[in-house]
Design a protein around this ligand. Structure first.
Ligand SMILES: Cc1cc2nc3c(=O)[nH]c(=O)nc-3n(C[C@H](O)[C@H](O)[C@H](O)COP(=O)(O)O)c2cc1C
Length: 190
């Protein structure tokens, strides 16, 4: 199976991190997913959306719809259309976001705003019906993980994807949640 991981945090574990925190929880979850998926024989790719140029939706056009409604593409010239098209090549998706202000991160909201517009009413969508795993990475209390995962439920509804697992993670429970993450990476059929 080909699995695409999309992450939505600026914090990286690797040395060329562009901000100081090199042990981000989101990126730790990316690494865990990659390791498990590859171990199970899947082909895996990871795109960190924060490293891409994704502008906010302009809600352009008449009555709030631009070419996204009929052409299923965005009019803006940034990295969005390429990533949207690229998503077609995969069988399942893992979305991993930090929790900010009880919500998914800004880069996640911006990306999914545009994905919904292009894909929700796309009868030829190559995303619909595919499995998604959603992981919300929070700080101390974990407050806001439920709201974040609830927002992923809404996204799942509009994209017509198949919610396979929704996983709350905090710095404190990460070691325990590894097991839950690993289990979700099996992406088994019901
Ligand atoms: C702007 C901001 C808002 C945050 N809001 C919350 C929050 O509402 N609930 C929470 O549990 N943690 C919150 N946190 C903590 C982050 O969710 C936590 O540090 C998480 O590990 C960030 O992901 P990262 O390690 O990949 O950067 C917030 C952090 C930032 C920077």
């Amino acid at each position: 199976m080909k699995v695409l991981i999309l992450s939505f945090s600026s914090n990286q574990v690797n040395e060329d991190s562009f901000i100081p925190n090199k042990i981000g929880l989101t990126f730790s979850c990316v690494e865990e997913c990659e390791k498990k998926l590859k171990g199970l024989g899947n082909e895996v790719e990871h795109i960190c959306i924060n490293r891409k140029n994704i502008k906010k939706c302009l809600a352009c056009g008449k009555r709030g719809w631009g070419i996204c409604l009929e052409e299923h593409l965005c009019i803006q010239k940034d990295d969005f259309n390429e990533i949207y098209k690229y998503m077609e090549n995969f069988d399942a998706y893992v979305f991993i976001t930090p929790v900010y202000f009880h919500e998914m991160s800004e880069s996640a909201k911006t990306f999914f705003d545009r994905l919904k517009r292009c894909d929700a009413f796309n009868d030829n969508s190559k995303i619909k019906g595919k499995k998604i795993v959603c992981i919300a990475c929070a700080g101390g209390s974990g407050t806001g993980t439920e709201e974040t995962l609830k927002a992923f439920d809404t996204l799942n509804y509009f994209l017509g994807t198949k919610m396979y697992a929704r996983i709350p993670v905090t710095k404190a429970n990460f070691e325990k949640q590894r097991e839950v993450i690993d289990d979700a990476m099996k992406l088994e059929d019901d």
